[in-house]
Design a protein around this ligand. Structure first.
Ligand SMILES: [Zn+2]
Length: 239
C-alpha cells in the first residue's frame, strides 16, 4: 500500500510525492454524536479515508484531520455537550447527546485554516482540496476565492452545486450515507445492533435516510465516485 499520509513520510518520500503532484488533501472533522451506531469521530474518519484514497489514486499527500470545527453545538451548564439535529426529516427533538464536541467558532476555525494554509504554501504545495464535516465544508468553500488570492494557492472544495449534482460523500448526519461510508472505511467501528430493531422508532439524532438500510456496496460507490469528482476538480484547476 502506498504511503500517502503526511506524518508517516520520510523527507525524501515527501519531496518525491510533492514533485509528482503538489496537492494536499485536508480532512475536516469534528468529534460529535453520530448516533448510537457510529463512532464519535465519524466525520474525520470518513473524510480522512477519502483523502487517503485520493492521494493513492491521484497522487498528492493526505494531511492529518482537523478535529476542530464549527457547529450548532454548545456546552450545557454541567459541561456536557448539547447537539441538536433539526433537519426536516429528523423527528428527534433537541436534547443532550453523548459525545465530546470539538466545537469552535467560525472565526477561530478560519484563523486555524489561515495558519495551516500559510504553512502548506511554505512547504511547497500548490493546491489544497478540503472537505468533511458539514459546517466546516461550508466555511471552507464560502471563503475559498478570497483565500486563493491571499495565499496564491489553488483551493478546492465541495460546493452546493456539487451536492445538487450528486456529490455523495458525507451528505447526511449519521444516516444511510455516512453509515454506508463508515461501514466501508472503518467497518470495525460500526455497530448497527445499537439501533432500535423497531423500524417505527427513529434513531436518536440521525438526519437523513434510515441508517438501518446502509450497505457496503453503496458506501464503496460513494467513495469511488467522489475520488472521480476530485480528479476532475484537480484537472480543471490545472493541477
Ligand atoms: Zn457526520
Amino acid at each position: 500500500m502506498k504511503k500517502v499520509r503526511y506524518p508517516e513520510l520520510l523527507p525524501h518520500e515527501f519531496r518525491s510525492r510533492l514533485a509528482e503532484l503538489p496537492v494536499a488533501y485536508l480532512p475536516l472533522g469534528t468529534l460529535e454524536w453520530h448516533g448510537e451506531h457510529l463512532p464519535i469521530g465519524a466525520d474525520a474518519i470518513q473524510s480522512e479515508a477519502l483523502m487517503v484514497e485520493c492521494a493513492r489514486q491521484l497522487g498528492g499527500i493526505a494531511m492529518p484531520p482537523i478535529y476542530f470545527g464549527p457547529d450548532r453545538a454548545s456546552l450545557t451548564d454541567n459541561g456536557s455537550c448539547f447537539y441538536g439535529m433539526d433537519t426536516a426529516d429528523s423527528t428527534t427533538p433537541h436534547r443532550q447527546l453523548d459525545g465530546s464536541c470539538y466545537w469552535i467558532s467560525n472565526g477561530m476555525f478560519e484563523t486555524l485554516i489561515d495558519a495551516m494554509l500559510s504553512q502548506i504554501k511554505r512547504a511547497g504545495f500548490r493546491g489544497v482540496f478540503a472537505d468533511g464535516h458539514g459546517p466546516s465544508r461550508w466555511v471552507w468553500t464560502n471563503g475559498i476565492d478570497e483565500r486563493e488570492k491571499r495565499f496564491g494557492l489553488k483551493l478546492l472544495g465541495v460546493t452546493h452545486s456539487d451536492v445538487a449534482n450528486g456529490w455523495s460523500y458525507q451528505v447526511d448526519h449519521a444516516a444511510r450515507n455516512e453509515t454506508s461510508i463508515t461501514l466501508v472505511v472503518r467497518g470495525d467501528l460500526v455497530d448497527l445492533s445499537q439501533l432500535p430493531d423497531d423500524r417505527a422508532v427513529w434513531p436518536q439524532g440521525v438526519g437523513g435516510e434510515d441508517p438501518r438500510d446502509a450497505t457496503t456496496e453503496w458506501g464503496r460507490e460513494c467513495l469511488q465516485s467522489s475520488v472521480e469528482v476530485v480528479r476532475r476538480k484537480l484537472d480543471a484547476a490545472g493541477l
